[in-house]
Design a protein around this ligand. Structure first.
Ligand SMILES: NC(=O)c1ccc[n+]([C@@H]2O[C@H](COP(=O)([O-])OP(=O)(O)OC[C@H]3O[C@@H](n4cnc5c(N)ncnc54)[C@H](OP(=O)(O)O)[C@@H]3O)[C@@H](O)[C@H]2O)c1
Length: 291
């Protein structure tokens, strides 16, 4: 697919906390993504449901689409991943992995982006629906040109193994939570490494609530950061990127300043001992979302 992959990607979710009301406000959000792309964060993660309300589903994909179209580096330098399989109505969210919904949503995502994404992943699994049907629907979306390749998000190792079989070994991306706050995903990371699947750890800084205080919550990250003359956030990104050749954390940004502050993560080289030390730190409270 994309080789070499970047060391760090970008998650666009924080750019859809609120509506934008003018082309200037839209431009200030695409500027954050442009800064990320310029910094070399050329894998971008979005989803249909990243939107301020149920009525504005596709909001984040529209921002990403605009940022990709207007970036000077060109569409071909970027890898755009979107996710489907969650639905919203009013305040109600639910999971729909049926073939009909996955194909409808894939079509809507391509419309919202304004181009075919490089990859479409199932966002959240409805474990009362057929997993095989969902994986085959993703393959159908790819084979009919609605997306470039298929991905999975929030899967267990068993679900990944089954999807690998059903898709005849064509899963390209897995996006699961792995960060200082949560590290119970080694079996999935290992499977991805063995099969050449790109692994995107989401909320790599522990999400909007933990990110700023990461070094206080996990002092080992601050200690190692001091040794490298950098920040705990940069060390967390460098640590995740060091977990495998194609492990690419996707931090979220709402400001250009935090993009610039994170760019050093591409250059920081942790020693194997430092990586092991950080991997051994006790995890935090875990995910704020149900699996
Ligand atoms: N697949 C899934 O189910 C799933 C679930 C959740 C998230 N995601 C993806 O993962 C991406 C990242 O998750 P997230 O945005 O929740 O959490 P995160 O990346 O762990 O944290 C985001 C926060 O980190 C701050 N930040 C970034 N770099 C920093 C630095 N160098 N120093 C200090 N603060 C820094 C940002 O601040 P500013 O806002 O001030 O820039 C932002 O508020 C999302 O955008 C989304 O694409 C996927």
């Amino acid at each position: 697919m994309r080789d070499p992959w970047p060391r760090i990607g970008v998650g666009a979710m924080p750019l859809s906390r609120t509506l934008y009301h003018s082309s200037e406000e839209l431009a200030s959000r695409t500027a954050v993504l442009h800064a990320a792309f310029d910094a070399g964060f050329t894998v971008v993660d979005t989803a249909d449901v990243y939107a301020p309300s149920a009525e504005t589903v596709g909001h984040n994909e529209r921002i990403v689409g605009e940022a990709v179209r207007t970036w000077s580096g060109g569409r071909d330098s970027l890898f755009v991943l979107t996710k489907n399989g969650l639905r919203r109505e009013g305040d109600h969210w639910w999971r729909d992995n049926s073939r009909d919904w996955m194909l409808t949503a894939a079509e809507r995502s391509a419309d919202a982006l304004g181009f075919t994404p490089d990859c479409t992943a199932v966002h959240r699994l409805n474990r009362e629906q057929s997993w095989d049907e969902c994986v085959l629907a993703l393959c159908e979306a790819r084979d009919t040109g609605l997306t470039g390749s298929i991905g999975l998000s929030n899967v267990t190792a068993d679900e990944l193994r089954r999807a690998w079989q059903v898709s005849e070994g064509s899963v390209v991306v897995v996006e699961n939570e792995h960060s200082p706050r949560r590290r119970d995903d080694q079996a999935v990371i290992d499977f991805c490494g063995e099969h050449g699947i790109t692994y995107l750890p989401w909320s790599p800084l522990g999400g909007g609530n933990e990110a700023a205080a990461l070094g206080d919550i996990y002092p080992a990250f601050a200690l190692i950061a001091a040794a490298h003359d950098t920040t705990a956030q940069v060390v967390a990104l460098a640590w995740l990127a060091a977990l495998g050749q194609r492990v690419i954390p996707v931090p979220g940004f709402s400001r250009v300043e935090t993009v610039h502050a994170s760019a050093a993560a591409q250059r920081v080289q942790l020693t194997p001992h430092e990586v092991a030390t950080l991997s051994a730190v006790a995890p935090g409270a875990g995910s704020v979302f149900p699996d």
